[in-house]
Design a protein around this ligand. Structure first.
Ligand code: ADP
Length: 187
C-alpha cells in the first residue's frame, strides 16, 4: 500500500501515520522528521534547510525530493509506505508520480486528507508549542505555515481528486476513532 497523508500542520498526519505503520508494517516517511534530524545532526543539508523551516516556509524542492527519493529506494519501502509531509506542492506531487512510474514501483494508491478546521489547527499548534518546543511553533510562524499550506499544499486535494485517489476523513475526535475512519476510507 502506497499512501500519501494530506492535511494542514497539526492535522494529525504523524499520529495517524504511526498507527498505519503498526497496522500494515510498512514504513512512514516524514520529510519533516528527516529535515529535523538533518538540522540536529548539523549536516550540510540541515544547514541549508534550517532557515526555511524556522520561518515556516517550504524547504527547496530539490532538497526534499532528494530525501524522499533516497528513502524510497531502501528495501523496506519496496512493498509500500506512508508519506507524511510530502508532497507539499504540485511540483513535488508530479515528481512523486514520476518516481513511482520508474524504479519498478507501483502508483500511489490513496491520498488521505485529514480535515481539521483552522481554529482547531491553531489551537493544537499552540498546545504543541508548549509541550514540544518546536522552533516553528511560534505564533507568527504558525500563521505563516497555515498560509503556506493553504496556498501550496491545499491544491493537492484537487490533484489527487483528479486521479480518483482522494479520500477525506474528519480529523477531529479521539485518535482511535479517527483511525477507524482512516481504515474505512482505505478499504
Ligand atoms: P507540520 O506539518 O507540522 O508543519 P512537518 O514536520 O511536516 O510539520 O514540517 C516541518 C517543516 O519542514 C515545514 O514547515 C517545512 O519547512 C519543512 N518541510 C517538511 N516537508 C517538506 C516538503 N515536502 N517540502 C518542503 N518543505 C518541507
Amino acid at each position: 500500500m502506497r499512501i500519501v497523508l494530506l492535511g494542514a500542520p497539526g492535522s494529525g498526519k504523524g499520529t495517524q501515520g504511526e498507527k498505519l505503520v503498526e497496522k500494515f508494517g510498512i514504513p512512514k516517511i516524514s520529510t519533516g522528521d528527516a529535515l529535523r534530524a538533518a538540522v540536529a545532526a548539523g549536516t550540510e543539508l540541515g544547514k541549508q534547510a534550517k532557515a526555511a523551516m524556522d520561518a515556516g516556509k517550504l524547504v527547496a524542492n530539490d532538497i526534499v525530493i532528494g530525501i524522499v527519493e533516497e528513502r524510497l529506494e531502501q528495501p523496506d519501502a519496496v512493498n509500500g509506505f506512508i508519506l507524511d509531509g510530502f508532497p507539499r506542492n504540485t511540483a513535488q506531487a508530479q515528481v512523486l508520480d514520476q518516481l513511482m512510474a520508474g524504479h519498478n514501483q507501483r502508483p500511489i494508491d490513496k491520498a488521505v486528507h485529514l480535515a481539521v478546521d483552522d481554529e482547531e489547527i491553531i489551537r493544537r499548534l499552540h498546545e504543541r508549542a508548549v509541550t514540544e518546543g518546536r522552533h516553528d511553533d511560534k505564533p507568527e510562524v504558525i500563521r505563516h505555515r497555515i498560509e503556506v499550506y493553504n496556498a501550496e499544499t491545499h491544491p493537492l486535494l484537487d490533484y489527487y481528486q483528479a486521479q480518483s485517489k482522494l479520500v477525506t476523513v474528519q480529523g477531529v475526535g479521539l485518535v482511535d476513532e479517527i483511525f477507524q475512519r482512516v481504515l474505512k476510507a482505505l478499504q
